[in-house]
Design a protein around this ligand. Sequence first.
Ligand code: FAD
Length: 293
Amino acid sequence: MIKECEYHAAHDLKEALELAEQFGPRKRFLSGGTDVMVRLKEGLVKEDVLLDLSRVAELRFIREESDVVRVGAGTTHMDISTSPVVRQYGRALALAASRVGSTQIRNMGTIGGNVANASPAGDTIPALIVLDAVVSIVSRAGTREVPVIDFFTGPGRSVLAPEELVAELHFPATGPGELTGFGKLGSRQAMTISTANMAFYFRIGKDRRIAEARIAFGSVAPTVVRARKTEQLFCQLSPVLSWDAIRVAAQMAWKEVAPIDDLRATAVYRKEAVVGLLAEAAYEALASCWHER
Ligand SMILES: Cc1cc2nc3c(=O)[nH]c(=O)nc-3n(C[C@H](O)[C@H](O)[C@H](O)COP(=O)(O)OP(=O)(O)OC[C@H]3O[C@@H](n4cnc5c(N)ncnc54)[C@H](O)[C@@H]3O)c2cc1C
């Protein structure tokens, strides 16, 4: 039997923040509900108040202003994956959103829910990390900004206080010479939680070398992780495109991730998966970039 909860729907951000403060740790936010409703059915929701944010129009937007892309927490994965702004200025995020669940899940599920869930398998998280995204967190006391990489404190845990909500994710718009991508491996092509996922950002210098690299992996540690040594190796690659060299650089990821065996895959499988995901996506992106020049 589904647990009975008190239900409150906020109609604007001001009301959402007032209700969040009033109910504090007794409440759980509900955005798309794709995760909360499953947990409710499984008896995993300990809070007794549901605070619905889905009618708060101020949380649903995508815009680019002064070279910064801003995505409201209530924006759905469908809106993100089809947004010309995100596709142009934050491709990794558009790709990640396009791989979340099914059409139905993407139509309901939001980026705020994906981030606040703090799952190590959340698909938008590695993309947001390599894009250097920042989480805008609001409460009645004001707004604070936390880099996405610092937002997570463990599986299912984050720095959010009970009276706070995620309002927005924002990141610098990528431009010419900046490549980003996302890859995921699950038990099937669609409607699958990632066994491993990966996102990258490469800034290509005038000499065709990678001047800056950011690489993040999900489902391979308690939180999504950056692979700093692998990033360094990518920056040392010769400007001559070579599959073997890229594969060798990607191999460093094997040592940098610390997955566990679980129902979905073994640790060794996950290590192989991240190396393969990175090598293939990086080769494809670099090859198309060389081709264009
Ligand atoms: C069948 C199925 C397939 C799925 N496939 C994937 C997948 O491929 N990849 C993936 O990453 N996820 C997947 N998910 C998980 C889920 O759909 C996503 O994480 C989704 O983005 C959650 O968003 P939501 O708006 O539905 O969150 P909700 O269910 O409404 O909320 C999730 C959590 O975030 C909190 N929350 C929501 N909004 C805010 C906010 N603005 N501020 C603070 N806290 C907030 C809620 O209190 C709750 O704890 C899947 C789920 C299902 C049921």
